[in-house]
Design a protein around this ligand. Structure first.
Ligand code: MRU
Length: 324
């Protein structure tokens, strides 16, 4: 079932508030770019490609309302640091003669890219596959079928999927809340496991692949993604499970050679210490809450993009330059 998590509606941007899912489907109507920026910062809208698309519309909204584009671009760029799609999208729309047309074009390109990623990724799977994944990389994180979740959708459509195994994805639980919601809507078989159950699942069940999305891919293939992805890749290597990254070429950062240069967002302690508004940790409990980690290229067996299936050793210099 298709999901349109952002919609341009004659001078306003409607944003599906993902913080409310799966309980409620509520929409935020942004009339100014600042509201789009706040929706990105607060994770009402999230996922690397969708952050880029939302920001693109945010900047188009600033143009539409006759606001200062330089200030709007800086404000939108300051929302979340890790997903490079944000910066690529803002540069594109800022340079465009018609910012709104550019935002529409970006959305369509990402949807098309996802279809190609899905077909490329599913070709790596054989029959009766069990596929583990982390976070939400579906239509809520992009547009269309999604990236890693798009591969799972395609595998199901081709009759190759036994089940998807969704890591809950602490602390915000995008796997359990969002991916489960998407797969349930589509009637795709899945189970949710606690993040801490991933090793034991690999030990006691057959997993054919662990697949993750990406927020930024360096030229050498080092990949930033949701916190816990690095651990999943280590577990996959230890249990002889293929570890694959699925992402559009817009997620490749041509400016950086390795993952050491990727800025990692740290978010507020309350994501860990509270459940909803209720504090469950001791007061003033010290917390470290990085939102992402970097999986070294050496742990990645394949990176699937809209341009094809890339095998190690990775060199995204040429590919990325054509998209920068
Ligand atoms: O913090 P989030 O929910 O924006 O993090 C999302 C992820 O880490 C996704 O795996 C990544 O953005 C790829 S989405 C296709």
């Amino acid at each position: 079932m298709s999901i349109d998590p952002v919609k341009w509606e004659s001078g306003e941007l409607a944003i599906l508030d993902q913080r409310q899912l799966p309980q409620k489907e509520e929409w935020i109507v942004a009339e100014e770019w600042e509201q789009v920026a706040e929706a990105i910062r607060s994770m009402a809208v999230r996922g690397a490609p969708l952050i880029g698309i939302a920001a693109a519309y945010g900047l188009a909204l600033a143009h539409f309302k006759g606001r200062d584009m330089v200030i709007a671009k800086a404000g939108l760029a300051a929302t979340r640091p890790t997903a490079v799609n944000l910066f690529h999208a803002l540069d594109r729309v800022f340079a465009a003669e018609d910012p709104l047309a550019e935002a529409h074009a970006l959305l369509q390109e990402e949807a098309d890219a996802n279809d190609r990623i899905a077909a490329n990724g599913a070709s790596l799977l054989s029959e009766n596959a069990t596929v583990m994944t982390i976070c939400n990389t579906g239509g809520l994180a992009t547009v269309g079928v999604g990236t890693a979740l798009g591969v799972i959708r395609k595998a199901h459509a081709l009759g190759k999927l036994k089940e998807a195994v969704l890591l809950e994805t602490r602390p915000r639980q995008q796997g359990m809340k969002l991916s489960a919601w998407e797969l349930q809507r589509d009637g795709i078989p899945f189970r949710v496991i606690a993040d801490g159950a991933a090793a034991w699942f690999m030990k006691t069940h057959r997993a054919d692949m662990a697949i993750a999305g990406a927020d930024r891919i360096a030229r050498n293939g080092d990949t930033a993604n949701k916190i816990g992805t690095y651990g999943l890749a280590l577990l996959a290597r230890a249990h002889d499970v293929r570890f694959v990254v699925a992402a559009p070429t817009s997620t490749v950062d041509p400016r950086i050679e390795s993952g050491r240069e990727i800025p990692i967002e740290e978010r507020e302690p309350a994501e860990l210490t509270h459940v909803g508004s209720e504090q469950i940790a001791p007061r003033d409990c010290p917390v470290w809450n990085p939102a992402f980690d970097v999986t070294p290229a050496a742990l990645i067996d394949a990176i699937v993009t809209d341009a094809g299936i890339h095998s190690p050793p990775f060199d995204f210099g040429v590919l990325a330059r054509s998209h920068s």
